[in-house]
Design a protein around this ligand. Sequence first.
Ligand SMILES: Nc1ncnc2c1ncn2[C@@H]1O[C@H](COP(=O)(O)OP(=O)(O)OP(=O)(O)O)[C@@H](O)[C@H]1O
Length: 226
Amino acid sequence: MNNNLNTNSISQTKSPLLKCSNITLGYGSKNIVNNFNYTIHSGDYLSIIGRNGCGKTTFLRGLAGVLHPRAGKIELSSGLKRNQIGYLPQITVTQKDFPASVEEIVLSAFQGKNLLLPFYGKALRKRADECLELTHATNLRKESFRELSGGQKQRVLLARALCAAERLLLLDEPVTGLDPESSQNMYNIIKDLHENKNMTIVMVTHDIDAARNNSTRILNFNEIMQ
Ligand SMILES: Nc1ncnc2c1ncn2[C@@H]1O[C@H](COP(=O)(O)OP(=O)(O)OP(=O)(O)O)[C@@H](O)[C@H]1O
């Protein structure tokens, strides 16, 4: 592994957003992340790389608050609130086939798990429209989600994650299964969010070139999970 990838340098000018102190994460009797310390700073574009199964998704789930540390703590700082964090998990087979319109999928970001609730305020609809625009998906608004291409689906799910993400966006392999053009399109959208919308980005990826080209920091999980 190229040493240039192991860039865990921290800019002194950036304020901490999420601070992990001695965290242990795991499932059942198995610990996956052990006693780990790491800080995400405001303005970071952090790529997390490493071999299959080394714990990248587990760590991201910890940051997203969907998996709670067994030990240690994850602190939100600089006034960051949980509802300002957007999370785009890996898309599952069931989600790919979800029978709802694009608009319903994006609006469901505001309803937690309740996809059927039909009443959304004007402000939420406006926010959903803005997010669709940011991911170049406005024209898909009335389409059936299950009939979209993989790249279109990812842009819609990114829009959904963005509805929550005022400050921090957590992305789990956002270009998996996309062709080179759709992948580049996705990276351009993420770069725009980082550079022009003040969004802090944390992205799990196997795309080393993209990590090198786009990120401000790279965390190599292979070196953590020895
Ligand atoms: N829900 C779960 N229950 C039990 N074990 C799990 C669960 N999710 C993941 N694991 C295990 O945790 C380990 C780390 O998985 P994780 O998905 O975090 O790795 P990863 O680095 O993201 O892998 P990949 O690159 O393949 O996506 C693996 O051994 C996996 O089998």
